[in-house]
Ligand binder design. Structure first.
Ligand SMILES: Nc1ncnc2c1ncn2[C@@H]1O[C@H](COP(=O)(O)OP(=O)(O)O)[C@@H](O)[C@H]1O
Ligand SMILES: [Mg+2]
Length: 235
């Protein structure tokens, strides 16, 4: 990582536990790492290892018990809720396993949402929506509803939605987890190409073995801790 650049994301001593009956279940302990602007970091771990919990803490959707998260050199851990909402709206994009498109809105309307929240004028919104639809290979599908699209197409819309407002940080939680292998491969390829073109910083949670081809660095999530893979993956 460039020593001069302010990290896009900086995580220091992050801890999170949940109450389980009278005990506490520790999900993350002392997680520390930093991600440079434009970097792609993959998180690999078994189901239940705390990957989604970590992403939710990074996005400020959930609050940690210990430690701090800085996004573009601003601490989100101490931020008040309205400021956090603004920061998330402007600087973070989220891609989910189950796409999470609004079913009652068309493709174009789904893509307009992040732009409307950021008060982008209608003419610019239309331009940007057309630009992104072309980039994800869905030209002319702007009037379709999500249930008229295949899973792979829905995920391509969700990817477009996550980056349409040009966020500093894109968080993807198993974006290919609900797709067949071939579709997942294409979606991953698209994601990789888009984020290189547009210069986003990407944190990618995935089970996919192909991830090593697109990630700059890979971390394993295990027993609540993050370990960086320093050698090529054995599998
Ligand atoms: N809101 C919650 N309340 C209690 N336990 C939770 C909550 N969210 C997650 N957990 C627990 O934390 C652990 C990690 O969950 P999660 O982050 O979803 O894992 P992953 O995304 O790696 O599959 C699991 O044991 C899960 O049961
Ligand atoms: Mg998860």
């Amino acid at each position: 990582m460039d020593e001069q650049a302010v990290p896009a994301l900086e995580v220091q001593g992050l801890g999170k536990s949940y109450a389980e009956g009278r005990r506490r279940r520790v999900v993350l302990r002392d997680v520390t790492f930093a991600v440079a602007p434009g970097e792609c970091v993959a998180l690999l771990g078994r189901s239940g290892s705390g990957k989604s919990t970590l992403l939710n803490l990074l996005a400020g959707i959930d609050r940690p018990d210990a430690g701090a998260v800085r996004i573009m050199d601003r601490s989100i851990t101490t931020m008040r809720e309205p400021d956090l909402t603004l920061l998330r709206r402007r600087h973070i994009g989220f891609i989910y396993q189950f796409f999470n498109l609004v079913p009652t809105l068309t493709v174009a309307e789904n893509l307009a949402l992040p732009l409307e929240l950021n008060r982008i004028p209608a003419a610019r919104r239309r331009e940007r929506i057309a630009e992104l639809l072309a980039k994800v290979g869905l030209d002319g599908r702007d009037g379709a509803f999500p249930d008229q699209l295949s899973g792979g197409e829905q995920q391509r819309v969700a990817i477009a939605r996550a980056i349409i407002h040009d966020p500093a940080l894109v968080l993807a939680d198993e974006p290919t987890g609900n797709l067949d292998a071939q579709t997942g491969h294409l979606v991953l390829e698209l994601l990789s190409q888009l984020f290189r073109d547009e210069g986003h910083t990407l944190i990618l949670v995935t089970h996919s073995r192909e991830v090593s081809a697109i990630a700059d660095r890979i971390f394993a999530v295990e027993d609540g801790q993050l370990t960086e893979h320093t050698e090529a993956l054995s599998w």
